[in-house]
Ligand binder design. Structure first.
Ligand code: GDP
Ligand code: MG
Length: 171
């Protein structure tokens, strides 16, 4: 019998780290170099086949990182079963912001939320400011999944969502 499950996933992280671009790559397999910034939050869905008898539908809330929307974020993560907390590997401060969101999720979100720390823009390797090992070590300590991806090239995006889906309760 075919299993069909759906999960709410929220994206959090500093403005311009590439949250909307990651979602666009996952949902439409496309990328824009000049992306208009998100206002409030955007809702998108994508369905993947986990294996021949399991289909997973992601209900994705892509939030805006701007300060004035910060207080709204809890509306989106409150009922989320999973969260992608995104930073930009070329912007040192974006990892600090990611850590802020992770703390917030661990305090306020549901107890069994699956959180992934995601370093975006690996196509800009020569501008890297955050070593993989540093972010990986933080993720391990905090009990998070960890991925490095590029929304621009598409590298790692499918794998990231697939790994999250595999962590979801499917019975
Ligand atoms: P958001 O504010 O976190 O949603 O970020 P956006 O998705 O709007 O992206 C901000 C900027 O970064 C845009 O100019 C994107 O084209 C660019 N961007 C996003 N992802 C990547 C990536 O993987 N590589 C590169 N080089 N640029 C990216
Ligand atoms: Mg956005």
């Amino acid at each position: 019998e075919h299993k069909f499950v759906q999960f709410k996933l929220v994206l959090l992280g500093e403005s311009a780290v590439g949250k909307s671009s990651i979602v666009q790559r996952f949902v439409k397999d496309s990328f824009n170099d000049f992306k208009e910034s998100t206002i409030g939050a955007a809702f998108l869905t994508q369905t993947i086949d986990l294996d021949s008898d399991t289909t997973v539908k992601f209900e994705i809330w892509d939030t805006a990182g701007q300060e004035r929307y910060r207080s709204l974020a809890s509306i989106y993560y409150r009922n989320a079963q999973s969260a992608l907390v995104v930073y930009d590997i070329t912007q040192k401060a974006s990892l600090d912001k990611a850590k802020y969101w992770i703390k917030e999720l661990q305090k306020q979100a549901s107890n069994n939320i699956v959180i992934a720390l995601v370093g975006n823009k690996t196509d800009l390797e020569e501008e890297r400011q955050i070593p993989t090992e540093e972010a990986q070590a933080f993720a391990n300590e905090a009990g998070l999944l960890f991925f490095e991806v590029s929304a621009k090239s598409g590298k790692g995006i499918k794998e990231c969502f697939r790994e999250i889906a595999l962590k979801m309760p499917i019975e």
